[in-house]
Design a protein around this ligand. Structure first.
Ligand code: KIV
Length: 277
């Protein structure tokens, strides 16, 4: 088996100019495929609130739901680093509550690191979690838990003020001790500047090609989630169509009594059967 990917491997990858691949997963079967394919890190993202639960945002997701999904993913993973999102309101109230919730994701869920949305505003909380020996990945730019404050899912850092703020956020996160930073929906030139300005790896989603690694939501990149397709998503498959076609074929075969055929049916000794009549 290939060597386990750890938070140290993140830094080694950046130091040696090797790109980091990361994908989300929310259940055992998908996690096993994502891991077997060789992905470096698996994120149990709170995006599960949208692509798995069908909510319009990630805000309703709870810490108990994140633990539930983390447990399922952990059982399918041998090599990838397992990172779990801290959901909305699980780290906002106090440092103590943030440490306890991060600890639950590790202790009960089996996560190896947690991800937190926010920059300078959450730096102290993040430092407290890191001091509790729980590795933290930062997340700045478009932070979906701030959807109401942003007034929608919009690209961030296009004007001077917000670009400066995001750059400062990245530096504050590095100082707070995060092992990597997710950069979501920022212009590629800003992502490049941030990547060159910090020593820790940056993982981009909608942040261009200069980041130290990339992350996508698995349902998006497999073409399973069809409610909307963001500009930054490349669909490497169209499973939405394949799955629907497979289900239609199943329905037709059931209606036409073609399924199950003898191949999928258990036989019985005819002498035993006769005794039943
Ligand atoms: O929740 C999630 O899946 C994420 C990724 C989009 C980075 O935070």
């Amino acid at each position: 088996m290939a060597q386990k990917f750890t938070v140290k491997s993140f830094q080694e990858a950046k130091d040696n100019n090797r790109k980091i691949s990361m994908l989300t997963a929310y259940d055992y079967s998908m996690a096993k495929m994502v891991d077997t394919a060789g992905t470096d890190a698996i994120l149990i993202g709170d995006s599960l609130g949208m692509v798995f639960q069908g909510h319009e945002s990630t805000l309703p997701v709870t810490i108990d739901e994140m633990i539930y999904h983390t447990k399922a993913v952990v059982r399918g993973v041998k090599r990838a680093l397992i990172i779990t999102d801290m959901p909305f309101l699980s780290y906002h109230v106090s440092k103590e509550e943030a440490i306890r919730n991060a600890g639950r994701l590790v202790k009960e869920g089996g996560a190896e690191a947690v991800k937190i949305e926010g920059g300078t505003n959450f730096a102290e909380t993040i430092k407290a979690i890191v001091d509790a020996q729980i590795p933290v990945m930062g997340h700045i730019g478009l932070t979906p838990q701030s959807v109401n404050a942003f007034g929608g899912f919009k690209v961030q850092g296009k004007d001077e003020e917000s670009a400066k703020r995001i750059l400062e956020d990245a530096k504050a996160l590095e100082k707070a001790g995060v092992f990597a930073i997710t950069l979501e929906c920022v212009p590629d030139k800003l992502a490049k500047l941030i990547t060159e300005s910090v020593n820790i790896p940056t993982i981009g989603i909608g942040a261009g090609n200069s980041c130290d690694g990339q992350v996508l939501v698995i349902n998006d990149m497999l073409g399973m989630f069809s409610d909307f397709v963001p500009k930054f998503v490349k669909q490497y498959a169209k499973l939405n169509i394949e799955i629907t076609t497979a289900i239609q074929n199943y329905i037709s075969e059931v209606k036409e009594s073609k399924f199950p055929s003898t191949e999928h049916t258990f036989g019985m000794d005819s002498e035993i059967l006769e005794k039943l009549y």
